[in-house]
Structures are given as structure tokens and as C-alpha cells.
Design a protein around this ligand. Structure first.
Ligand code: ADP
Length: 399
């Protein structure tokens, strides 16, 4: 079966084409700056052929049509015809309370994605837009929605409820949903495979550390708690997001004269590593090099990042009643020996001890703790696109 995976943002469209027997990536890429000046296509075929070109696309329909042209192009394509695409898997950020699992898109599911616009105003509209574009360009082909929130739907009420009057939950759906679920699920199953153990036998603390960061406590493949909340703003210190904060800060700033939109932009786009370090970048590599050259506020930002993550890992270890492993993924988690080298020594109290030599690994699965560690530290590259393709096949096959 050939499956196309689509991840649409407000001005971007990422795609990956898979042949699912052997899980082979045939081609992948993205179109950026859709509807803006100088939209750009990046395309990469499995054999290494790369295309990087400026393109004329004004909307997501144009972008999808261009992707289709490339996929069937005799020079750079990987399909004989578009009829080879048997299913399309879509990343959808918010499934709300109704979508607990990946699902074939029907009118009712599209309506639910629409109902969640208020909960994910930046993501759900382009996600649904891409589904509708695919319905036009691939008539009759099944679209499957794979939700970032779905893996977290196993959380118990004591984890997901906020201690505010109950009717805010029942009437407005105000609760913790959690995000990065596709990544947490992928690394949960990949870690089980890597350790040669069944998922149901494992208690894992999975740390997705990218531009956005989140951590999840996973017991037997079920999420017990996770750090992101009703939106991706809650939890860890991130590239540009503040993570956990006293909600009274928001009220205070609004009473001081800032508008809700200004506070929103400040907390989501100007905070985190960017806001504390004040270097004009949220890139962890820049933060680390500034720390190494003695930059005081970069050091402050980094210490906060580490402190908050260690805090969550300790709490989740206790909630889980112990853990088999702490798993590191995402751009930072997979690649930064430096960050792991700062975090893991802080986990000695839970029996997780760093092996500095093994920790030098970048971007591949490895155990980076000592052999006598009670809790292993594991690096596990994530692959959200492959997870979406697998989920799509699972839905199509009806299990
Ligand atoms: P996204 O959340 O957008 O998918 P990624 O998972 O690609 O992002 O992670 C991006 C982050 O990973 C950036 O902060 C980047 O600096 C960081 N990163 C990538 N490689 C390294 C590295 N070798 N050392 C430290 N940080 C890294």
C-alpha cells in the first residue's frame, strides 16, 4: 500500500510518500511560504535526488497540486500515476474530547475538527484545509486524521482536569489534552522494540525536546500524565514558549493595560529560551554556544530549561511508581549530548546514571546510561510521519 502523509501549517505543507511494505520512504519535502512572497519547494527522493526551487503557489490547493506533479514527474517522481496513492494520513493537532484515536475522515469528523478551531486556532484550520484539498485532488481516496492529542486520551481525570469550577470542563471543554502525542507514541513503541520488551511491561518517561517541548509518563502504553495542557503553552520551558506560569501573571498584565492578544504573543512567541536569554534566537545550539562563552542570561535560560525538565521527570517517576527508562527525542533530545549530559546526572536520585562515552551518540537509538542504572536513559529518534502512515494503514485495515 502507498500512503501519502500530509502535515499542513498555516503557510506550509509537508509531505512524505511511503510504500508501506518495508515502510520505505519514497519521497518527502515541503512547500513553505504558501500565500506569501517567494514560496519555496524542497523535494527529496529516496535515492538522494534533491530539488530546491521557487514556485508559484497561492494556496494549499495549489501547493498540493504541485506536490502531485512532482510525485508523478518522470524525472523526479516516484509514482506512475496519482491512482497509486491508496490513502492519505493527515496530522491534525487537536481532536478535542470526541476523537480519541486516529480515524477515517467523514463529515462528522471534519465537523469535530472544526469545533476544535477555538482550541487550536493556528493548527486545526490549515489541517482541515489540507484534508479538504485532498478530497478535491484525490476524489474517492480515504483521508485519515491522526491527532496530536489522541495518545494522551488515556489520561485519568485527576491528570487532565484543572481545579476550576467543573462546568468549565463540561460546557467549554477546558481541560488538559496534551500534544506531541504522535511522537510520544512512536518513541514508546520504538523503545519497546529496541529493548525487546512488550509495551505493556514498560513504564517510560518520554521527553520530546524540539522547538516545542513536552514530557509524558507512559504506563503500559497508556499516558498517565503529560506536561502540555489545553494548548501547547503549558509545561516545559521551550524555544519561544514560557511553559508553566502562575495564571495570575496573565491577569496582572491585562490589568496593567496589555491586550489579550499581546499577552498571547508574548507567552507563545517571545518567551522561553528566546525571551530569557535575550539573544534573538531560540535555537538551542546558539544558547549552548553562548553559555560556553560565558553569557549570563543564556546560562540562566539553560538552567531554567534543565530545572523544569528534571522537575517533571522526578514527578513522573513518582506518579508511575518507578520507571524503566527516560527516553530522549526531538531535535534537542536526539542530538544534544550536552543537554543530556546536564540532565541525566541530575537523575541519580532515581537510579539513572550517565555513561559519558555512550552519551556522545547523535540521532540514533542508544542507551546512554550506565549498565547498573535502575532507570535507563535512552536516545530514540522520533518519526512522526511514519507513525501517521502506520496509523493510516491501521485505520484502513480496521484494527
Ligand atoms: P520542531 O519542534 O520544530 O520539530 P526539532 O525537533 O527539529 O524542532 O528541534 C529543533 C531544536 O533542536 C532546535 O532548538 C535546535 O537547536 C535543536 N538541535 C538540533 N540539533 C542540535 C544539537 N546538535 N545540539 C543542540 N540542539 C540541537
Amino acid at each position: 500500500m502507498k500512503v501519502l502523509v500530509i502535515n499542513a501549517g498555516s503557510s506550509s505543507l509537508k509531505f512524505t510518500m511511503y510504500r508501506m511494505s518495508g515502510e520505505q520512504m519514497l519521497a518527502k519535502g515541503m512547500i513553505e511560504r504558501i500565500g506569501m512572497e517567494k514560496p519555496q519547494l524542497k523535494y527529496e527522493r529516496h535515492d538522494g535526488l534533491k530539488i530546491n526551487e521557487l514556485v508559484a503557489v497561492g494556496n494549499h490547493d495549489d501547493a498540493l497540486r504541485l506536490v502531485c506533479e512532482k510525485l508523478v514527474d518522470p524525472n523526479c517522481g516516484v509514482l506512475r500515476s496519482l491512482a497509486d496513492v491508496q490513502a492519505i494520513g493527515h496530522r491534525v493537532v487537536h481532536g478535542g474530547e470526541k476523537c480519541h484515536d486516529s480515524v477515517r475522515v467523514t463529515e462528522a469528523i471534519a465537523e469535530n475538527i472544526r469545533e476544535c478551531f477555538a482550541l487550536a486556532p493556528l493548527h486545526n484550520p490549515p489541517n482541515l484545509g489540507a484534508i479538504e484539498a485532498c478530497e478535491r485532488v484525490f476524489p474517492g481516496v480515504t483521508n485519515v486524521a491522526v491527532f496530536d492529542t489522541a495518545f494522551h486520551s488515556s489520561m485519568p481525570a485527576e491528570s487532565y482536569l484543572f481545579a476550576i469550577p467543573y462546568e468549565y470542563y463540561t460546557k467549554l471543554g477546558i481541560r488538559k489534552y496534551g500534544f506531541h502525542g504522535t511522537s510520544h507514541k512512536y518513541v514508546t513503541y520504538a523503545t519497546a522494540d529496541f529493548l525487546g520488551k512488550p509495551v505493556y511491561s514498560l513504564r517510560l518517561i518520554t521527553c520530546h525536546l524540539g522547538n516545542g517541548c513536552s514530557v509524558a509518563a507512559v504506563n503500559s502504553g497508556n499516558v498517565l500524565d503529560t506536561s502540555m495542557g489545553m494548548t501547547p503553552l503549558m509545561g516545559l520551558v521551550m524555544g519561544t514558549r514560557c511553559g508553566d506560569i502562575d495564571p495570575a501573571v496573565v491577569l496582572h498584565l491585562i490589568k496593567q493595560g496589555m491586550t489579550a492578544d499581546e499577552v498571547d504573543a508574548m507567552l507563545n512567541k517571545k518567551s522561553g529560551l528566546l525571551g530569557v536569554a535575550g539573544l534573538g534566537t531560540s535555537d538551542m545550539r546558539d544558547i549552548i554556544s553562548a553559555v560556553e562563552s560565558g553569557h549570563t542570561r543564556a546560562k540562566q535560560a539553560l538552567e531554567m530549561f534543565i530545572h523544569r525538565l528534571v522537575f517533571y521527570i522526578g514527578a513522573y517517576h513518582t506518579l508511575l511508581g518507578g520507571a524503566d527508562a527516560v527516553v530522549f527525542t526531538g531535535g534537542i533530545g536526539e542530538n544534544s549530548a550536552y543537554i543530556r549530559g546536564r540532565i541525566i546526572p541530575r537523575l541519580n536520585a532515581i537510579g539513572c546514571h550517565l555513561d559519558p562515552e555512550k552519551n556522545q551518540v547523535m540521532g540514533k537509538a542508544a542507551i546512554v546510561s550506565t549498565v547498573d542504572s535502575a532507570v535507563q536513559a535512552i536516545v530514540m529518534p522520533t518519526n512522526e510521519e511514519l507513525m501517521i502512515a502506520r496509523e493510516t494503514v491501521r485505520v484502513i485495515k480496521g484494527n
